[in-house]
Design a protein around this ligand. Sequence first.
Ligand SMILES: [Zn+2]
Length: 243
Amino acid sequence: MRLIVLAAPRLKRRLCFLSLLFLLLLVSLFTAGRRLTDTQPAMKPGLLLSGKVFAVDPGHGGYDPGVMRDGIAEKDVALEISLLLRAYLQSAGARVVMTRETDRDLLLPAAGPKKQQDMKNRMQIINGARPDLLLSIHVNSIASPVWRGAQVFHKAGEGNSKVIAEAIQQELRRILANTDREVKPGNYYVLNEAKSPAVLVECGFLSNPEEARLLADRAYQSKLAWAVYAGLLRYYHGQLPGS
Ligand SMILES: [Zn+2]
């Protein structure tokens, strides 16, 4: 009996000390957590696009090569640039939803003529992702070999799409230093059907022999993807990569 009476206050003191320690631990964990979240975006430039969702749509694929010149197919160039763009966007913390990651079309499971099925399914992926922005990647070709230069088209009548397109076009002009093209509203299915802001980048002309050679070149593809990424940083942060 005596032993218990003596031990009780000591036990109480010990419990009191332990709960104080626990409380201190909780407070320090909480403030450390806050410090981390408060400073993360500024300290880690890699997270400049964190929280953003982008739908990246490499044009064509599978049965549909898009335009072709001298063995170079639009579907392959568009896919390579899109994969490089995805890597840049992901490295900045963005979530990227691709309509395709390999050389495939999107025929199933929609019904109807081939191209219609493909586009319907493409739009389902894009709109289903509820992206902040759709980036559709293509290359151009016309009868004349003279025309050249990358150009950004935007969803018509949608203000954000136009401003984003202008930011990307500005970086394409600055980084590629081979085009003085301006943005235009585009009457394309993906732009018209997108429920989000949307831009379509025509990365250049396969019909121009010199540009066709560039478009098939890995370093130039990377430069194109970097320019699109730089345009997005300019739009979202008024800031360029690495600055
Ligand atoms: Zn195309």
